[in-house]
Write a protein that binds this ligand. Sequence first.
Ligand code: MG
Ligand code: ZN
Length: 222
Amino acid sequence: MSDITLINIKEEILSENRELAARLRSDLDEKSVFLVNFMSSPGSGKTSLIVRTLEHLKDQFQMAVIEGDVDSAVDAERVAGEGFPAVQIKTGGSCHLTAAMVEKGLDALTLEEIDLLFLENIGNLICPVGSDTGAHLNVALLSIPEGDDKPLKYPKIFQTADAFVVNKTDVADFFDFDEDAFRRRVGRLNPEAPIFGLSCKTGDGVAPWCSWLSDRVGAKRP
Ligand code: MG
Ligand code: ZN
């Protein structure tokens, strides 16, 4: 039998990404920057949630946003229009953000002037989960029209996120979203993670989410 050299590309890429992500996290710690990674399907309202959160916490923190998109800069333009520093990463087809992409985004910001930094990942519920971005907190977002069965279909993101936001509660009357079933399903996969129902359109429920987030940032401070 001859010897076979097996090179597992996927494992190599993942472990390189993990190492870089860990380094980014400790660089951010040194500069007292708290990084939050938002993940969801396209159209759940990541940008809207980020904009609402910026408005709500603007007197408490110095904030900025790194936007990830396959193409276009519309999300970064929207954030910049609110008066916050925004960096747009165009992945050119890639369906999730890697630590190397985040590093480029960080290089474009003055981190000394930021305490709370938001990262909007590419809209999809699968591969962003497997790619550490260096974030301190991973938030998964979904919206009422997507249905209460998402935890059954995409268990990995529900097992690993630190918190969940259910957006578009203002249209709950028009959809058969069973909140109890949803909470039960998430609870089985991730009993510790809090779930915040809110509406980015009306602003309902934004305050409890922001005060929880603010506590998390505060807890990390020396
Ligand atoms: Mg967006
Ligand atoms: Zn991907």
